[in-house]
Structures are given as C-alpha cells and as structure tokens.
Design a protein around this ligand. Structure first.
Ligand code: C2E
Ligand code: CA
Ligand code: CA
Ligand code: CA
Length: 275
C-alpha cells in the first residue's frame, strides 16, 4: 500500500514543500549574512601564457555559512537575484574588492562579476566611479565581467551602460564565451576588451581536433578585434600546453591557482606550475 499513487504524490508534495522551505530559509540567512558581514572575497589568479606572469585576478564572492559551511555562489547568487538581495550583495562586492585590491602592491588588475540585475541599476555607473574614487583604485586596474545573457535583456540599455563604464577607463570582459545563443552577435554589438572562453572548451581540448579548431578560430577572431582570449578552468598541464599552441593569450584555473582570500594586504600566492 506504501507505493500506491496517492501516497507517492503525497511524498512528492512533501519533498517539494521541504525544498521551498529550505530555499526561503537560505534566503533569510543570506539577508542576515549581508547585514552581519559574513561574506568574503576570494581572488583567483590569471596568467599571461607567453611570460607565465600573473596579469590579474578574478574576484569571486564566498559565503561561509555558520551551519551549512561554504555555500557555492552558483547557489546563492541566483537566490540573491530572486530575492531582491543582489543589489546590496553586488554593491558590497564592488566596494570590498576595490578596497582590498587598492591596498595590494604593484597595482594589479582585478575582474568583478556583475549580474544582469545590476546592469539595470540606474546608479551602477555612479557606484563604480564612487568605488574607484573612495578607494583610490585606478580605473585601469578594474575589469567588469559580463555574460551574454546579462546583456540581452535590453540591448540598448546594456550598450549604453557598457560604454559609460568604459568611458571611466574600466575594461569589459565577455564571460562564459560560447555558452550563449549568439556569441558572435554579442561580440559584433558590444565593445568588449577581452573574451573569457568558457571552461567547456578547455575541457574539450583533450578530446581531439574539433575543440582545438574552434578555439583556434576564436583566437583568430579575437586577434582581428585586437583583444585577448583567456581560457577558463585550466586544470592540467596538457590543456595549458595546447592552449599555448593555439595562440590563446591568457589562462585561469585550478592548475595555476584556486580562488583564495587576500592575506596581509597582498593577493593570494600563485603556485609556480610550469615556468
Ligand atoms: P564564473 O564567473 O564563470 O567563475 C568561474 C568559476 O569557475 C568560479 O566558481 C571558479 O571558482 C571556478 N573555477 C575556476 N577555475 C576552475 C577550474 O580549474 N576547475 C573548476 N572546476 N572550476 C574552476 P565559483 O567561485 O563557485 O563561482 C560560480 C559562479 O558564481 C561564477 O561563475 C559567477 O557566475 C558567480 N559569481 C561568483 N562570484 C560572484 C560575484 O561576486 N558576483 C556575481 N554577480 N556573481 C558571482
Ligand atoms: Ca566570471
Ligand atoms: Ca566564466
Ligand atoms: Ca559561469
């Protein structure tokens, strides 16, 4: 009798209700985390493939939840977007990252991820300027990462915001390149300064010639646009070598360094993997 349809439906509804309840609870926890300063920034190094030198860092937000442990941004960013918290979270990321990186020696570059919702904030450009002015971070040190899907909601509005941010001297990177519907159209319409090739392409490198041919074509395309390509999610020395062979300019991934907190006013150290 335990497997009769009615019982199964009740079980299913119970599980669904439980999931909704947990999500609501996590959203409440996130609100509290923002108020009590639980969030932290981690930084992942990016390297120039020709020299092996660090050419910048990507800022990635972390939430050490007091009970659940480290919650992934892949989980809490969408939650923040759905619960009206992304504005405050995004502001905090912008201010905290600029503040921390402004103190690092050598004026390195840092890339910050923006959500689609932040792009619709009429005060966004003013907030970026304010963060730079109040922390003393040079605009040339700051890069903003946007995905194609963040742009398509309102193309004209997105283009205007992008141009105004660039006018500050801040650069723009197209994130997760190749995962959307119209990567080429996005590149044609928006003046990006860098292409971040999605991890999926890096993963495909070892499968043989097809991925290599595609990446190589993206590199050629980017050269004609006079912008570099950064490969995401590099985990093996083989991948790094193949990327170098096809002429990819920059790389980021666990092989080079995992995201880690800044310490004593300096960026996290990078393992010397291959040079
Ligand atoms: P993303 O912008 O594509 O960031 C790259 C993700 O890949 C990061 O995950 C990073 O830790 C991970 N990663 C880097 N190298 C490797 C590798 O070699 N192997 C593997 N398997 N993964 C690697 P993370 O930090 O969990 O962030 C997930 C996503 O959450 C990000 O994807 C981004 O979309 C979003 N996110 C993170 N921080 C922020 C933020 O401050 N603001 C906003 N709006 N979104 C953020
Ligand atoms: Ca990113
Ligand atoms: Ca990415
Ligand atoms: Ca992503």
């Amino acid at each position: 009798a335990k497997t009769d349809p009615l019982h199964r439906i009740q079980q299913y509804e119970h599980a669904l209700g439980e999931a909704v309840r947990q999500r609501r609870e996590l959203a409440q926890d996130l609100r509290r985390a923002l108020e009590t300063g639980q969030l932290k920034m981690h930084y992942q190094p990016q390297i120039d493939l020709k020299t092996g030198d660090v050419c910048g860092y990507e800022a990635l937000v972390r939430w050490p939840h007091p009970v659940r442990g480290l919650v992934s941004p892949a989980e809490f960013i969408p939650l923040a977007e759905a619960n009206g918290l992304i504005g405050r979270l995004g502001d905090w990321v912008l201010e905290t990252t600029c503040e921390e990186v402004a103190r690092w020696p050598g004026s390195p570059k840092v890339a910050i991820n923006l959500s689609a919702i932040q792009l619709n904030d009429p005060h966004l450009v003013g907030k970026v300027l304010q963060a730079l002015v109040s922390t003393g971070l040079s605009p040339t040190q700051l890069e903003i990462e946007l995905t194609e899907t963040a742009l398509i909601h309102d193309l004209r509005q997105s283009l205007s915001v992008l141009r105004r941010i660039k006018a500050l001297g801040v650069s723009m990177a197209l994130d997760d390149f190749g995962t959307g519907y119209s990567a080429l159209e996005t590149l044609r319409q928006f003046p990006f300064d860098k292409i971040k090739l999605d991890k999926g392409f890096t993963d495909g490198l070892s499968d043989g010639g097809r991925s290599r041919a595609v990446i190589s074509a993206v590199v050629t395309l980017a050269r004609n646009l006079d912008i570099p390509v950064l490969a995401e999610g590099v985990e093996t020395a083989d991948q790094l070598e193949l990327l170098n062979m096809v002429g990819c300019e920059q790389a980021q991934g666990y092989l080079i360094g995992r995201p880690a907190p800044a310490e004593n006013g300096a960026p996290p150290a990078v393992q010397d993997v291959m040079w």
